[in-house]
Design a binder for this molecule. Structure first.
Ligand code: NI
Length: 138
């Protein structure tokens, strides 16, 4: 574990009060851990913006009765096979399916895959949630 460094920060009272409310609402047991996690969230976002390899999840909702859609979605995942780590499929009801696709790669490639899925007729939602490989977060 790396050495800990203590710092003091000047912050206006109204903003400090908001910080305290955020810490309390998030049920953190101390302010330091909350602030460490804020920094990690920023670093994770910068991973994606920097062009480094990022880990994320694409949530798809689609109508599986749309003609040829299942085959097109499968083709896209094969085209991006180096980036697709795992896929979970859930049948939501008679018409709609949900898929959670775990992806690893550069933001440009992953956004390209997400947008290509989104453009297909019958896809109701294709939403990328960016995560992190964790390499930059310690
Ligand atoms: Ni299904």
């Amino acid at each position: 574990m790396p050495d800990l460094v203590r710092l003091s920060v000047s912050i206006a009272k109204p903003l400090f009060d908001k910080l305290e409310n955020l810490v309390a609402d998030s049920q953190y047991t101390n302010r330091s851990e909350f602030i460490r996690d804020l920094v990690r969230e920023r670093l994770a976002a910068e991973e994606w913006d920097s062009g480094a390899e990022g880990l994320g999840t694409i949530t798809l909702i689609y109508d599986h009765h749309a003609r040829g859609l299942n085959a097109r979605l499968t083709d896209l995942q094969h085209d991006f096979r180096g980036h697709v780590l795992a896929t979970t499929h859930v049948h939501l009801d008679h018409h709609r399916c949900a898929e959670m696709i775990m992806v690893l790669g550069r933001a440009e490639d992953i956004r390209g895959l997400t947008d290509a899925m989104h453009r297909l007729k019958g896809v109701l939602l294709a939403k990328l949630a960016t995560g992190s490989t964790g390499k930059t977060l310690t």
